[in-house]
Design a protein around this ligand. Structure first.
Ligand SMILES: [Fe+2]
Ligand SMILES: [Fe+2]
Length: 343
């Protein structure tokens, strides 16, 4: 069997080993080990199944044919997302600053950054090949983006810690996925296409024009949400109070990154208002609630209770001693220890 004693995995055929106490160090070692395994499977899938380039894999000719069909609001929103994605250097810098010495988290940030850099390039190509922005306009826009610097501390105070970066990313990636999927549907309707991919699109494995670009990028974003959700889930099994408290704080005042910094902020706000692409109600229904549900909590009140109860859990408990109800109550059981003979 396999047991964990002070964070060191011990294997002994046929022997029941009594787990040592769950010290802070033991918990952190277990988190590292599980997070490393999650990263390896994430990385494998990423480089083998989501390997695409903006310059080779987007249907640029179809964008040229249909670009005139896009509404001004849609174009404004795509340009805004170009701005948000173009802060990728700041996001990566901030992530490395926070987690740079934790090797597993560092690797996650590096691979995530390598994938994110493609997104701004993709939106630039969409705007250019749709014939809605010139090269000069795009260069001027991106130069203006570069005049500002995004930091976690200034934009999301209190989240500038390794755990804060992880939890913020988990929520932000799902919100970004939602926005891109909504924009993909909007583009399809403006192109005169049905909401779902046609049999021809499915057969060739790519949606038409700009909708195809949004499908590919949205697929990256939901994968990003997935890895950060997995990291959070690991953390919360060992250090539930820290994890739930951070989630409560992130969900309490969530804002998309860099919206205040992009050059066309006021146009973006007007376009968001007119299109209702992303509203507080939609954020609750399609971003916050599905995250809570996946983590086993029925709503925000359950999260609040989980924070309060986790704070009262005795030190030294491991994940095998604790289970969480959907209403946010912890049930503590010492049975796994009592059942295992010591030696
Ligand atoms: Fe992105
Ligand atoms: Fe992302």
């Amino acid at each position: 069997m396999t047991a964990v004693a002070d964070g060191i995995e011990t294997r002994a055929a046929g022997l029941q080993i009594h787990p040592g106490p769950w010290t802070r160090q033991a918990k952190e070692a277990a988190i590292q080990r599980e997070t490393r395994d999650a990263f390896i499977s994430y990385f494998r899938r990423s480089v083998k199944t989501r390997n695409w380039t903006p310059w080779d894999d987007l249907p640029l000719n179809e964008m040229r044919e249909r670009g005139h069909l896009l509404s001004d609001d849609t174009v404004t929103l795509i340009e805004s997302f170009l701005g948000v994605e173009d802060y990728v250097g700041d996001y990566v810098e901030e992530g490395m600053h926070q987690v740079g010495k934790e090797r597993v988290r560092r690797n996650i940030q590096l691979q995530w950054g390598a994938e994110e850099l493609k997104h701004a390039e993709a939106w630039e190509l969409v705007l250019l090949h749709s014939g809605r922005r010139t090269e000069e306009q795009l260069e001027a826009y991106r130069d203006k983006v570069a005049e500002h610097k995004w930091t976690m501390r200034d934009n999301h105070p209190g989240l500038d810690t390794p755990l804060g970066v992880m939890v913020y990313a988990m929520v932000q990636e799902r919100a970004t996925y939602f926005n891109y999927d909504e924009l993909r549907k909007r583009i399809r309707s403006e192109y005169g296409l049905p909401e779902k991919a046609t049999p021809e699109e499915r057969a060739r494995g790519k949606q038409i024009g700009a909708a195809g670009a949004f499908k590919i990028v949205a697929n990256d974003e939901i994968a990003h949400h997935g890895i950060f959700l997995q990291c959070f889930d690991i953390h919360k099994r060992y250090l539930p109070y820290e994890a739930f408290d951070m989630l409560f704080r992130v969900l309490g005042g969530f804002n998309m990154p860099a919206l205040y910094l992009i050059p066309n902020e006021s146009e973006m706000r007007e376009a968001l208002y007119r299109t209702k692409l992303y509203t507080p109600l939609k954020h609750g229904r399609y971003v916050a609630n599905p995250i809570l549900d996946t983590l086993g909590l029925e709503n925000k009140r359950a999260l609040e209770r989980a924070v309060q109860e986790a704070k009262l859990l005795p030190e030294g408990l491991g994940p095998e001693h604790v289970s969480l109800s959907r209403t946010g109550e912890f049930v503590v059981s010492m049975t796994p220890d009592e059942a295992a003979p010591t030696f």
